[in-house]
Design a protein around this ligand. Structure first.
Ligand SMILES: Cc1cc2nc3c(=O)[nH]c(=O)nc-3n(C[C@H](O)[C@H](O)[C@H](O)COP(=O)(O)OP(=O)(O)OC[C@H]3O[C@@H](n4cnc5c(N)ncnc54)[C@H](O)[C@@H]3O)c2cc1C
Length: 405
């Protein structure tokens, strides 16, 4: 399957030589492959995994075999070599059903694989990327701390410069893939006086002495994904494991989060679209007062709003991905897409529960899970308030946001 997707996609990616039709066919093929995986392999058991907080280890392995765990990574490092648009197409499908799987895929691809490939040196890329891109090893991104969430500059984790290595001490909070990761990208302060310019991003192997993890958090949604604290106690990290130049760590975090927000926006889009699809299907089946509920205007209008908002969110997510693929500025578009899509996810999933009536309130019908999953898309990788700050800053700075730029 991986080869088929890769082959079709590279055909379409040949730019001028590929017709638009081929590109569309490739996208449809990718979405179909992701949908088949989701329906056949992720959906069975998703309710139990969510209830029991069971990690989707086998499902992530299959995602790796499909090429999704290194979807944007260069094939020379064992990746699938697709673009951001393909990444969001696959993420949307997976997020219609299993958002634990999609957050694992998103954090791993956006915040670890992409950053490592862009900013790592050849030695660590060759050592870690093939394992990460195949899904054999999962990556974790460690920025947040007990006292540093939205205010990511107030890092308490230190990476003391000891000549040929850094000595890392501190605690990171809320780390996706925390207990399962084989490698972490860790953001830590080296030179306090230099403020955010004194922060480094380091790739730390989870097997290094002094690395430990806390308990798996018992969450509202995305319950089977593994979120935990990660602790570093006198951890020696070779200088060669620094990503980017000295003092680049904060920038690393911001740059990777810009792309990460496209991934979370795609997750939110999937939740919204999945909720809509379930509500629509149910509205044909369920009859009240002698007719399907979608013949009642109150329900039909809900479906109309859901369809319209999902479509608008999809356009914004695709556009942010497209801008990134074109090498254009995409930070504001990514913040807008995440903010908008996460609000649509919340609204659409609540309405899907409403359309299902009492059946929406029980696990069997899947929509209550999507409603619980939706909330996190307004919190991680920058809360909605932080996205508004990012957008407001761009707008008031005079960077007028032109849709075709
Ligand atoms: C399930 C889960 C997975 C996560 N995965 C990761 C991960 O893999 N790696 C990682 O590093 N982190 C991760 N996080 C952390 C997440 O990114 C943070 O929780 C998030 O950035 C918010 O930080 P905080 O929780 O400290 O909230 P705070 O920063 O304390 O914010 C509290 C409230 O104040 C608001 N607020 C804060 N500052 C401002 C401001 N200037 N203006 C207006 N409002 C403001 C916020 O929007 C929020 O509503 C994860 C969190 C969760 C719950």
């Amino acid at each position: 399957m991986r080869n088929t997707i890769q082959q079709n996609y590279s055909l379409a990616a040949e730019g001028a030589r590929a017709s638009e039709l081929e590109a569309v066919q490739a996208a449809v093929e990718l979405a179909t492959a992701a949908r088949d995986l989701t329906q056949n392999e992720l959906k069975p058991g998703v309710i139990d995994r969510d209830r029991d907080m069971t990690h989707p280890t086998e499902q992530v392995k299959l995602m790796g075999e499909m090429g999704f765990m290194g979807i944007m990574t260069d094939p020379k490092y064992g990746g699938t070599g697709m673009d951001t648009l393909s990444y969001v197409i696959a993420l949307e499908e997976i997020s219609k059903v299993d958002n634990s799987c999609s957050v694992i895929m998103s954090a791993h691809n956006s915040l670890v694989c992409w950053g490592l490939e862009k900013y790592g040196n050849e030695e660590i890329k060759e050592k870690y990327l093939p394992q990460l891109a195949s899904g054999e090893m999962i990556g974790g991104f460690c920025l947040s701390e007990p006292e540093a969430g939205s205010d990511a500059t107030s890092q308490q984790t230190t990476a003391e410069d000891k000549g040929d290595y850094y000595l890392v001490n501190g605690t990171k909070n809320w780390i996706t893939n925390g207990k399962k990761a084989g490698a972490y990208v860790v953001i830590a302060q080296t030179d306090r006086e230099a403020g955010h310019r004194g922060i480094n991003a380091l790739l730390i192997d989870a097997s290094t002495e002094g690395v430990s993890t806390g308990i798996k958090e018992d969450k509202l949604g995305i319950r089977s994904s593994d979120t935990s604290s990660v602790m570093f106690s006198d951890v020696k990290v070779p200088k060669s494991h620094r990503l980017g130049p000295e003092g680049f760590g904060f920038k690393y975090a911001m740059k990777t989060l810009d792309g990460g927000r496209i991934g979370i926006a795609a997750q939110a889009l999937g939740i919204a679209a999945g909720s809509y699809e379930l509500a629509l299907a149910y509205s044909h089946e369920r009859k009240t007062f002698g007719k399907p509920i979608n013949k009642h205007q109150a329900i039909a209008f809900k479906l109309a709003d859901m369809a319209m908002e999902v479509e608008a969110a999809r356009m914004m997510v695709y556009r942010a991905a497209w801008l990134k693929d074109q090498g254009k500025e995409y930070a504001t578009a990514a913040a807008m897409a995440k903010l908008f899509a996460s609000e649509v996810a919340m609204k659409s999933s609540i309405e899907a529960v409403q359309v299902h009536g009492g059946y929406g309130y029980v696990k069997e019908y899947h929509v209550e899970r999507l409603m619980r999953d939706a909330k996190i898309t307004q919190i991680y990788e920058g809360t909605s308030e932080i996205q508004r700050l990012v957008i407001a800053r761009a707008v008031t700075k005079g960077d007028v946001y032109l849709p075709i730029d």
